[in-house]
Design a protein around this ligand. Sequence first.
Ligand SMILES: Cc1cc2nc3c(=O)[nH]c(=O)nc-3n(C[C@H](O)[C@H](O)[C@H](O)COP(=O)(O)O)c2cc1C
Length: 342
Amino acid sequence: MSELIVDGLPQASEVKPLDTFDSIGLRRSIRWYEPNKPVERWKVQAMLEASRIAPSAGNFNGQRAIVVYRDEDPEIWEFISDWSQITTQMAPILIFWCYDLSAYDVQGQQLHDLMRTGALDKAHGWEYERVNRLFPLPAILPDFILHRLACIDLGNSIQNSILTATSLGLGCCLNGASGGARRNVKDKFNLPPSYVFCWLMTVGYPSENLDGGGTRGRPPFETMFFKGKVGQPFKRDAATVELLKELKMIQEPGPTPGRLEEINKLTKRFGLGDDALTDWKLGPSQLNDPVNAVDTKPEPLSPEEVAASAAGAPESDFTLVPTVKREVLDKYRADKGIGDTD
Ligand SMILES: Cc1cc2nc3c(=O)[nH]c(=O)nc-3n(C[C@H](O)[C@H](O)[C@H](O)COP(=O)(O)O)c2cc1C
């Protein structure tokens, strides 16, 4: 029995989810979790329910997920890429997101179902026989198109689940998987050949602030969005920005004051050692000049400044395998007989 998941249901009136704008604005990739704080099972189900009802091309619904409670599989972080192993060791819940290409084998049936239920109508040109001709069973679309559809569908459905998590006070982060992790996950979860594993998502209550120290850098609005044609920006209206700030869709850019202290205290708390303390000055994003790709190396902090930033950190209350140290990870893998290709 996992101790990281709790049963029980609140009354609807007791649940105060953030509204959509606030959830979009507050969502951050969370990389520090409360490792022992259980997550309510209903919240995990709510995330999956949100994924299930996300839009998908032709209503093909290829998204799939495998939920793992960390304490039922404590070594599962070994399957994950190096840079994500610390996060994976800390997060109580892990969701392995995949898509199933076989969901696209029944395209005609799915479209007919949309017609049956009144989503697609004759006025828009939908007819049973025409759909039969264009989408016969088995599916005729080439695989590269199916992969493209499936990736977009999966992304939509993951984002629905992330926003649900944020609105319920949970943090999430998607994590990539290296080739080795990818192969292992296939065997471990008995994935059928039609399944493609894409991302591991960590889920749990953040031990960092839910705002992750402020919004992360983004290129300027007008370099991303256009009116009529590329090069003709969709003008960013300053009053609209102010409105969206009030409605909390647009929130404070990072790093917010105290962010360095926050991450260094967490580093100490989780016993990662002084070597792992962040020893550079934090500053604003430089993505505001995407053309010239500004990328200055952050200024180093003195050892005294680094020590001061972690002063007063709480005692370590959870032991991580400090895989940020390459030699520790290499030894761990050698001791366990994990090979380079695993
Ligand atoms: C598909 C995808 C894969 C990602 N993989 C990783 C990852 O492997 N490790 C990690 O720390 N963050 C990962 N991230 C998080 C991104 O770094 C993050 O979304 C981006 O820096 C913007 O920051 P924000 O999500 O906090 O706004 C991933 C995000 C996405 C959408």
